[in-house]
Design a protein. Structure first.
Length: 201
């Protein structure tokens, strides 16, 4: 009976731990950001800020060493226009095609605290400020995906904030040793109690 209730409690604790991890919205180990139009329509982006947790440095900034590529660009714009922090030089895609994509290689592998995407602010075409965003790590695993909508924003931007990375998620070796010894001791106590009961009968 004791063993059965102990097992049920352990199973419940494990399910709670897994559910807690699944609900976390941390972005750890990000290396690149991919952006497409959610409409699809022309891709137009004035600036992107990916702030690193702890330092609050913009790891998507050209000045920090980030780089950008685009499927196509319109006339005299470039993909780097989206990460140069210059509001007068936005990126415009060459077509309104669904295949248009902006890829930003971050300055370094980072844990992100927030992501901000700024659309076109000159009054033209605010309906285009609606994007699909994916944040990806070096193993090509998608860490975050979602839609950013700045179509009705008075500041022409959309922002997502991420949870702080979990701390102490992996127990120390001494903690593992104590847990294993504890389970062993509990098993030995239950087993010896059974022998004493059998001998008494």
């Amino acid at each position: 009976m004791l063993l059965k209730s102990f097992s049920a409690g352990l199973a419940g604790a494990l399910m709670l731990a897994v559910a807690g991890q699944a609900a976390a919205a941390s972005v750890i180990g990000a290396t690149r950001i991919e952006i497409t139009s959610a409409l699809p329509d022309y891709l137009q982006i004035t600036d992107i800020e990916a702030l690193e947790f702890g330092t609050l440095e913009n790891v998507a900034s050209l000045a920090e060493g980030a780089s950008a590529t685009a499927t196509s660009v319109y006339l005299n714009t470039s993909a780097e226009s989206a990460i140069d922090a210059d509001p007068l030089s936005p990126l415009y895609s060459g077509t309104g095609d669904a295949s248009e994509k902006l890829t930003i290689q971050l300055a370094r592998t980072a844990t992100l605290s927030s992501l901000r995407v700024v659309g076109r602010s000159d009054g033209c075409c605010p309906e285009r400020d609606f994007w699909n965003i994916s944040i990806i790590n070096s193993a090509n695993v998608v860490l975050f995906t979602g839609q950013f909508d700045a179509r009705t924003s008075s500041t022409f931007d959309a922002i997502a904030t991420f949870d702080a990375p979990p701390t102490g998620a992996i127990p120390e070796p001494s903690t593992w040793a104590m847990m294993i010894l504890g389970f062993g001791a509990a098993g030995a106590a239950i087993r010896s109690r059974r022998r004493v009961s059998t001998a008494a009968v």
